[in-house]
Design a protein around this ligand. Sequence first.
Ligand code: HEC
Length: 100
Amino acid sequence: MPARSTGAACLLALGLAGAAAAQEDGRKLFTSITPSCAVCHTLKDADATGTVGPSLDELKPDAARVAKALRTGVGQMPAFPQLTDAQVQALARYIEQATR
Ligand code: HEC
């Protein structure tokens, strides 16, 4: 195999591993943050069955909508100022991907 395509395959593999790691982080955050998203939201991918807030499986929010909810809060849902930008992004992307 020519060196160039090996390099491309390697980059692709790294990219996929990165995406999988972000997915894993997002899922972990979803259930480990206090108060836990899972207490209030249903999300099948995270085995979450909360019913205080809308089911994210049905709402299917995109990443921007999740990030906004986490930053500003929505209605009864508290904001999560303790999250870093990276954590907000990981959660937002995770939820978008898990509900597509
Ligand atoms: C104390 C319960 C509670 C917790 C904890 C909670 N939520 Fe919510 N969430 C709600 C409620 C209630 C709503 C609906 C608010 C409304 O529409 O008035 C909501 C709405 C949302 C929405 C939709 C926002 C929109 O634009 O309509 C998203 C996305 C969301 N929550 C994600 C999360 C994530 C991610 C977490 C964890 C970091 C989380 N929530 C934690 C109660 C909660």
